[in-house]
Design a protein around this ligand. Structure first.
Ligand code: MG
Length: 161
């Protein structure tokens, strides 16, 4: 059994004119995130981790912002497409772990719903997706509430080597 690991990182600036979508979950009562798609930085970081594990490029190469098709795109569907691509190359997702860095919103109340949506797109049970929230203790651009940063790691496996 072959295994590969990949990391993903994404950051988006808050934009009060947009709804907040994180990990495929709409969180009401909070500024959203700027971006060509729906701005879902969690879905983007996870997509990069999964693609990275398979050495299969990244969000920018597969879903470029220059392409009108991805305007306001549902990023969970981008993750589903990226997962299909990685599957076609013979890989299965083992697990994904995500850290969301922001002062607000609180992540924990939404973590289970986010894990369920991401797991569905990844074709795994939600127990294989972990979502953790951290504040930046008021330091730097995440600490001042300018935007959100997301770190993700994904493990994939294949029966071929
Ligand atoms: Mg992004």
């Amino acid at each position: 059994m072959a295994m590969r690991v990949g990391t993903g990182y994404d950051s988006h600036r808050f934009d009060a004119a947009r709804p907040l979508v994180l990990g495929g979950v709409t969180i009401p009562g909070h500024a959203g995130l700027s971006g060509h798609s729906d701005g879902d930085a969690v879905a983007h970081a996870v997509t990069d981790a999964v693609l990275g594990a398979a050495s299969a490029g990244d969000v920018g190469t597969h879903f470029p912002p220059s392409d009108a098709r991805w305007k306001d795109a549902d990023s969970i569907e981008l993750l589903r497409s990226a997962t299909a691509l990685v599957r076609a190359a013979g890989w299965q997702v083992v697990n994904v772990d995500v850290t969301v860095v922001c002062e607000s919103p609180k992540i924990r109340p939404h973590a289970e719903a986010m894990a369920a949506r991401l797991a569905d797109a990844l074709g795994v049970s939600s127990g294989r997706v972990s979502i953790k929230g951290k504040t930046n203790e008021g330091m730097g651009w995440t600490g001042s509430g300018e935007g959100i940063a997301v770190h993700a790691v994904a493990l994939i496996e294949s029966e071929a080597s």
